[in-house]
Design a protein. Structure first.
Length: 295
């Protein structure tokens, strides 16, 4: 969908939002499967496994095809250098063991090619599903050959833990995007870019640098730059835009502030030298591992 007057950024964030909501649902599903498994671990029921093997093998084949298709689409997305949304919607009854089916209908949202960690989370999820199918087949063999009915709840427990572990990265990444975190994959490049900006001739300093991922294909940013009175504004804007574009920011807003602006501001509130001193402090700031600034 194209951007509208009301949604001026477009609808790219629907991918992230759907991934986040999917993640929440899957955590709830994993919790209920876990609780059911614990109850059945304490009191393992006797189960009829005749119909189980063909269904599980069918589910496994579908999952393997899904993984192949996912890998193929992922490589294409990287080749085209653009974000895309992969979702594998497969509702299959993993355990037709006579108990309340672990038919976990999965709908995996991804924030697309631009979000490597999110893609990894989705891929792990499909992989967890596949391992779940293998787990069901193994538990069926154990029940039919040795009569170990406890294998069924153990398998369910295994699936629940896999779903939970695979969905945590997805939720974490979606949360970071929704909370406007500096994109982790561009953290180092943006830090280097800001150091380069500081060295541009005619540029005194900069303030209020904000960078965030809007969607898979858009990294947005805003920055205020202070320049000397005699400088050509457009040349500085061009240089700053070029540096930040190389660092991954493709939706940038720059506010240019000349010395006269500060002198005008000094009559209103803060003196020019105070503001200049404040912006110069940016140079002494360092990045922590989590992307926050420290003095």
């Amino acid at each position: 969908w194209k951007a509208t007057r009301i949604f001026s950024y477009g609808y790219g964030r629907i991918e992230i939002l759907s991934g986040f909501i999917n993640g929440l649902f899957l955590i709830v599903i994993a919790f209920f499967v876990f609780m059911e498994s614990v109850a059945r671990l304490i009191d393992p029921p006797e189960l009829d496994t005749h119909m189980l093997t063909p269904v599980s093998v069918g589910g496994l084949i579908v999952n393997l095809i899904g993984i192949c298709a996912f890998s193929h689409a992922h490589s294409h997305a990287h080749g085209a250098s653009q974000g895309s949304c992969h979702s594998s919607d497969h509702s299959h009854s993993h355990h037709m063991h006579g108990h309340s089916d672990h038919g976990h209908g999965h709908s995996h949202g991804s924030a697309g090619g631009g979000m490597n960690a999110n893609m990894r989370g989705v891929f792990l999820h499909v992989l967890a599903d596949t391992l779940g199918s293998i787990g069901v087949i193994v538990s069926t063999v154990l029940i039919e050959q040795f009569g170990w009915f406890i294998a069924d709840p153990l398998c369910s427990l295994f699936i629940a833990i896999l779903i939970f572990l695979s969905v945590v990265p997805l939720i974490k990444d979606a949360c970071q995007v929704l909370l406007l975190r500096l994109p982790p994959e561009y953290e180092k490049e943006l830090h280097i870019a800001l150091e380069k900006i500081q060295k541009i001739e005619g540029l005194i300093s900069y303030r209020d640098p904000h960078f965030w991922r809007h969607s898979a294909s858009i990294v947005a940013g805003t920055i205020h730059i202070q320049v000397t009175s005699d400088v050509l504004e457009q040349r500085i804007v061009q240089q700053v835009t070029g540096i930040l574009k190389d660092a991954g920011v493709n939706n940038l807003t720059i506010q240019v502030e000349k010395e006269a602006y500060f002198q005008h501001m000094s009559g209103l509130s803060t003196g020019f030298h105070d503001v200049l001193a404040m912006t110069k402090q940016m140079e002494s700031m360092k990045y922590c591992k989590d992307g926050t600034y420290i003095m």
